[in-house]
Design a protein around this ligand. Sequence first.
Ligand code: IPM
Ligand code: MN
Length: 371
Amino acid sequence: MFKKYKIAILPGDGIGPEVIKQVYKIIYIINKIFNLNIITKEYKIGGIAIDNIDNSLPLNTLLGCLNSNAILLGSVGGNKWNNLPLKNKPEIKSLLFLRKYFKLFNNLRPSKLYSGLEDLCPLKKEIYIKGLNILCVRELISGIYFGKPKGNNGYKKLEYSFDTEIYYKFEIEKIAHIAFKKALERKCKLTLVDKSNVLESSMLWKKTVSDISKLYPKVNFNHMYIDNITMQLIKNPSQFDVILCSNLFGDIISDECAMISGSIGMLPSASLNDNNFGIYEPAGGSAPDIAGKNISNPIAQILSFSMLLRYSFNLIKESNIIENSINNILKFGYKTKDLKLNSEKFINTSEMGSLISCFIIKEKLNEQDII
Ligand code: IPM
Ligand code: MN
């Protein structure tokens, strides 16, 4: 018997279901050509679960996640549920809850400029020509997102709200070691983002990460203030390799990295715990304005699945073949609507899913020829 790999699939809202549909094609092919036994089960999450079951994270979904080896998520949220009280919004009640519940402190968001997509980069050619390949390592279950106290109080002009940015040293140490190890596998450069000229919590980040840097003499370590790095990312992005951020700074910086690499529809993400269990999701959101039109880009979702194979299942060959196929498709000039310029032709969501499946088969056949 082959080893069974169980994935809980949570399509969610907006474009989630249509891009997840493309991943099923990839799973089918990967199972066939590598003789694997990846099995999937689908559960409801987000706004659609509110509409159906009155709960954005039904118990059945949580149990399904607990009973799986990894979670593949589409996206949650949309205008329809934006007016709910903060604690009932799908983003908070389902996504942030799952991140915290499974202790997914380690959020990896890689972004790079693909060959074939250079013209999408909003930066000048002399800037992007030097290359752009950044891994954003974001702490995901602490900081201002989860810090207590938070709330709203007072009345009339004296109404006030507050959130708490709090980090324990051990939380910073944990994510810092991950970032230094990632830098060692890449170009050995690590930049910490902070606001240590103003914030206590940032001073602790800077001190802690600087101390840890002594354990990694091969890594070229520096730090930048958040305001400076947002500017540097536009001015000279090729100076960066791995960027280490707190939860809030990572949310902001990872979107900026996605944009300078062309399209938010290309950005996958992995959120992992100590046991390499994780949630894999595109970082781009539910895009309700284009949902259901078969024009969304499924690549971020498929790359998220590829990260799942790599990090949770240690299926490296399988992950590589997906990534190579996507590289080749883009080099050939196939594009979804978000990737095309002006009058260029484009293929739809489901054509892109099928094309990636075909390229995977083609890559596999090429490999066998060489042997
Ligand atoms: C992200 C998203 C989430 C976040 C939202 C949907 C809660 O923007 O994954 O980047 O802020 O972490
Ligand atoms: Mn975000």
